[in-house]
Design a protein around this ligand. Structure first.
Ligand SMILES: [Mg+2]
Length: 240
């Protein structure tokens, strides 16, 4: 790890796996939908069986789409298809409630990763702080940001499902820099994914920092120009 060279016009962060961890939260949120169906008296299997059905439905859709998460695949869509597979009929109100249960549970279980206050404070010392995140469902991602307690921490939030461009396409990085009124060549992007975060940021002319996830060692073949940090505290000192 080397220290940051000078000041950046803006600092961007990735969200999932960089600032926020979900661990088992997604599975638990899906199981909670099954539990709500049982409470409503319209499901007679274990709650986890409905989570299995959701995962089977999503898996089938992913397979049909070359394992790329389709932009239209929001919770409402897989919820509707999963209910159809289980031959469960719900009212409009019940359907809305099931989606609310899923979103609330998932965002409640999203946890900001250790060291985030230090990393964001150090970033703030450079200039505006932005979030660039790959996720198709903007409202879900925004709710997760609130659930993790990161609401109000960013000058700009750029979600691929809303911008219409996914990392590593340079377009989403360029859009974010333009929106904050900064030159991308004077910005740094910090993330946990070599392709989407590192290759993406470099292709947009930004400096890139790879932050470790799950005790992964520094990857072989990582461009020598790319800074690698063990955790967000190390990101904070790199930025300071
Ligand atoms: Mg990530």
């Amino acid at each position: 790890m080397s220290a940051a060279n000078g000041r950046f016009a803006a600092v961007f962060f990735d969200l999932d796996g960089t600032l926020v961890s979900e661990r088992t939260g997604v599975r638990e949120a899906r199981t909670s939908v099954g539990a709500r169906l049982i409470e409503l008296g319209i499901y007679r299997k274990p709650a986890s069986a409905f989570a299995d059905t959701i995962e089977m439905v999503i898996g089938g859709i992913m397979e049909d789409n070359d394992w790329q998460w389709p932009l239209w695949l929001h919770a409402e869509e897989w919820m509707k298809r999963s209910l159809a597979v289980e031959e469960i009929e719900v009212s409009e109100d019940e359907f809305a409630e099931l989606n609310r249960v899923y979103r609330d549970e998932r965002s409640d279980r999203a946890e900001a990763i250790h060291g985030w206050p230090e990393a964001l404070a150090a970033a703030r010392g450079h200039g505006p702080v932005g979030l660039i995140t790959n996720f198709n469902d903007g409202p879900m991602q925004r709710q997760k940001i609130r659930g993790a307690g990161l609401d109000g921490q960013f000058d700009g939030v750029y979600i691929s499902g809303e911008v219409g461009v996914w990392k590593p396409e340079p377009g989403i990085f360029l859009h974010a820099a333009e929106d904050l009124g900064v030159d991308p060549r004077e910005c740094v992007h910090i993330g946990n994914n070599i392709q989407s975060d590192i290759e993406g940021a470099l292709s947009a002319g930004m400096t890139a920092v790879l932050v470790e996830e799950d005790d992964r060692p520094r990857p072989d073949g990582l461009n020598g120009e790319v800074a690698w940090c063990e955790d967000l505290l190390e990101v904070a000192s790199w930025l300071s």
